[in-house]
Design a protein around this ligand. Structure first.
Ligand SMILES: Nc1ncnc2c1ncn2[C@@H]1O[C@H](COP(=O)(O)OP(=O)(O)OP(=O)(O)O)[C@@H](O)[C@H]1O
Ligand SMILES: [Mg+2]
Length: 240
């Protein structure tokens, strides 16, 4: 069953076509990996799907609902969570307070929202840091905070923008394990990721973007052999 269908989504900034007729769909319960060089339009695609940026044209269907043009709040309330490439925690609030902001979307009772937030913080393996201020956390821990906050709205679909970006090598495997653990809860995931080895390991399908266009879509093994993808992207990486 398709959880998300995107058709011909377009958005320009000045003369730049950040997204140019992008179409793809995602099966419920799967992981879609999105790859592409810097400026390919990956984050813009997330902004268009989640309502943070208005698309000029196209269709976005979540289950059987048309969510094109809805506000970020409405889309989030329907069950689409996201993390941001540029982390946006409330630096002077604790980890628990940050996650409770997400939990309140689903649960208005303070004690229950707190319990739900604690459960998610435990899930992302940061329970001993729950009373630490966000600004005291390491980059890897802040990535987990961001994932916890997104999970707190109990999303059916979760969009994650470069979870492993900007963290040191030894922190990456733990974050990859966390993504796999999230998938096991049943949540469908779309993840933007520069590390091709991680994409190969976790994705059921891969969407490759280049200059705003979708240049390939399919299982990771096929994408890795796709000539256009190799030319535009993989050629600059160790695709072994
Ligand atoms: N709000 C904006 N105003 C103007 N230009 C924008 C805006 N957002 C994105 N762009 C431009 O759109 C293009 C796509 O940007 P986007 O951030 O989506 O790329 P990306 O694939 O996420 O890149 P990266 O891998 O560096 O994160 C770029 O040329 C970028 O400069
Ligand atoms: Mg980006």
């Amino acid at each position: 069953m398709k959880i998300l269908s995107v058709e011909n989504l377009s958005r320009s900034f000045g003369g730049i076509k950040a997204n140019d007729n992008v179409s793809f769909s995602v099966e419920q319960g799967s992981i879609l990996g999105i790859i592409g060089p810097n400026g390919a339009g990956k984050s813009t695609l997330f902004d268009l799907i989640t309502g943070y940026t208005k698309a000029e044209s196209g269709k976005v269907q979540f289950f059987d609902k048309n969510i094109f043009g809805l506000s970020p709040d409405k889309i989030s309330n329907l069950g689409v969570g996201r993390t941001f490439q540029k982390l946006k925690p409330f630096a002077d609030q604790t980890l628990l307070e940050n996650v409770m902001i997400g939990a309140f979307v689903k649960e208005k009772n303070v004690k229950k929202a707190r319990d739900n937030a604690l459960e998610i913080i435990n899930f992302v393996d940061l329970i001993e840091k729950r009373h630490h201020f966000a600004k005291e956390l390491s980059t890897g821990q802040r990535k987990r905070l961001e994932m916890a906050r997104a999970m707190a709205i109990e999303p059916k679909l979760l969009l994650m923008d470069e979870v492993t970006g900007g963290v040191d090598q030894k922190t990456i495997p733990g974050l990859v394990e966390l993504i796999k653990k999230m998938k096991k809860t049943g949540v469908t995931i779309i993840t933007i990721e520069h590390n091709i080895n991680i994409i190969m390991e976790i994705s059921d399908n891969v969407l490759a973007l280049d200059q705003g266009k979708s240049i390939a879509f399919g299982p990771p093994r096929e994408i890795q052999k796709n000539k256009q993808v190799i030319d535009s992207y993989l050629g600059t990486f160790d695709a072994a």
